[in-house]
Write a protein that binds this ligand. Structure first.
Ligand code: NZQ
Ligand code: ZN
Length: 391
């Protein structure tokens, strides 16, 4: 196991109707003027925004609002939010929505107290200071409600980059699984896929002797495989949604990623797709991950076989472990397909002729140094080959 530090100070509030206490938590964590940040309208239609506003008013906390965050959140709205926060002397950012709204909120929170261009953080500068952020989560997916990360699409070139820093960890996150019951099945399935992808990014490591986190990851994956079909069949299944919601947080706050070198090539490969074609991040991952696995599994056949046996229930073929490893990858493809996820470029709306450009941007764009991932270091040609496996 590698040395590590783990600091996850977010105060989680889990359960039914807890969003009505948002005002109390803002007050408890020191907010006196709030930016309410949200997406394209789901929180308006569901009445959630009004309930949160009422909870702020009940605590006599003034607020300004900025809606309109698009999935794969854009840099333009972040600049707008920073300007608004400075003008209105906002000291607390409250995100109501999914990963896109949360990440846009994190960017605004960091940018407001920074004298330079907020994009510096998305080119590798560590975020050391930000306004405090609170979350009311409406979709189990990105895990941003417990993570120290934010992903933004730069509109000047349409490419996605991530920023990180402990200051981006939310001060509190309200997780009410019932809020996710209004999601269309496709978005629910995208979320399940993303949660599983965060677990795979951590599972595929060259670090030895990490059994405790291996087992945690396997347990969370088994939960997703159990609960995913239940919630697709019955979107109002609160208990299934509750398990998925907590798994999404656990899967990405890094409690099961500590002590190991993680991979993350598949996320970088996917981010080119969602930036260029504006597809849902989870849908992109459903296409990318099986292709990446097929390309790299020979690097550590036994790790792939272990996953196949422990998570997908495959029989270990001791004479031919490669067969077991491949069976596991096939089981994953089948599972995501059964949830309604796409499995190739055409279903994503992606184009074969864009492969060289995407592979180049992924490896060299905006400060990147030529390789992706850690399990297997991928060069531009490898990334292009992985994209070709998706056609
Ligand atoms: O915008 P509204 O109208 O709210 O609609 C959203 C959006 O269209 C809708 N939605 C959300 N909750 C809903 C709902 N519709 C009905 N009922 C509800 N309860 O769902 C759509 C997708 O929302 P979005 O926030 O984009 O989803 P998600 O949570 O999957 O976030 C995706 C973003 O997170 C980034 C991705 O790259 C992508 O940009 N990621 C962030 C990470 C992080 N910060 O740690 C890690 C992830 O790997 C990921 O890269
Ligand atoms: Zn993700």
């Amino acid at each position: 196991m590698e040395n590590f530090t783990f600091y996850s100070p977010t105060y989680f509030v889990f359960g039914k109707e807890e969003e009505n206490n948002a005002g109390k938590y803002v007050k408890r964590f020191g907010g006196t003027k709030v930016l309410l940040h949200y997406g394209g309208g789901s929180v308006v239609r569901s009445g959630l925004l009004d309930r949160v506003k009422a909870s702020l008013s009940a605590e006599h906390i003034p607020y300004v609002e900025l809606g309109g965050v698009k999935p794969n959140p854009r840099s333009g709205l972040v600049y707008e939010g920073i300007e608004l926060c400075r003008k209105e002397k906002v000291d607390f950012v409250l995100a109501i929505g999914g990963g896109s709204t949360i990440d846009s909120s994190k960017a605004i929170a960091a940018g407001t107290v920074y004298s330079g261009d907020f994009w510096d953080f998305y080119q590798g500068k560590l975020v050391e200071e930000a306004l405090p952020i609170g979350i009311i989560l409406t979709i189990s997916a990105a895990g941003s409600e417990g993570s120290a990360d934010s992903v933004i699409t730069n509109e000047n070139g349409m490419y996605k980059r991530g920023a990180t820093g402990e200051a981006l960890r939310p001060t509190f996150s309200i997780l009410n699984p019932a809020l996710t019951q209004t999601l269309p099945p496709f978005q629910t399935a995208c979320g399940i896929t993303d949660i599983m992808a965060h677990l795979f990014e951590r599972y595929f490591t060259n670090t030895q002797e990490v059994e405790v986190t291996d087992r945690m990851i396997e347990g969370l994956l088994l939960t997703m495989i159990h609960e995913g079909p239940r919630v697709i069949e019955d979107p109002n299944n609160y208990e299934a949604r509750a398990n998925i919601m907590w798994a999404g947080m656990m899967g990405h706050n890094n409690s099961c990623g500590v002590g190991r070198i993680q991979d993350w090539a598949s996320h970088d490969i996917e981010h080119e797709l969602s930036a260029l074609y504006d597809c849902a991040h989870g849908a992109g991952l459903a296409v990318v991950f099986p292709a990446w696995m097929t390309y790299v599994y020979k690097h550590d056949v036994m790790r792939f076989a272990k996953l196949a046996v422990r998570v997908w229930g495959c029989q270990m073929d001791f004479a031919n472990p490669e067969r077991t490893a491949l069976e596991g990858i096939s089981a994953l493809r089948r599972f995501w397909k059964s949830l309604g996820m796409p499995s190739n470029f055409a279903e994503l709306g992606a184009k074969e002729e864009d492969i060289p450009q995407m592979a180049h941007t992924a490896c060299y764009g905006d400060g990147r140094t030529g390789t992706l991932g850690n399990f297997v270091k991928l060069h531009e040609e490898d990334v292009a080959n992985i994209y070709r496996l998706m056609v």
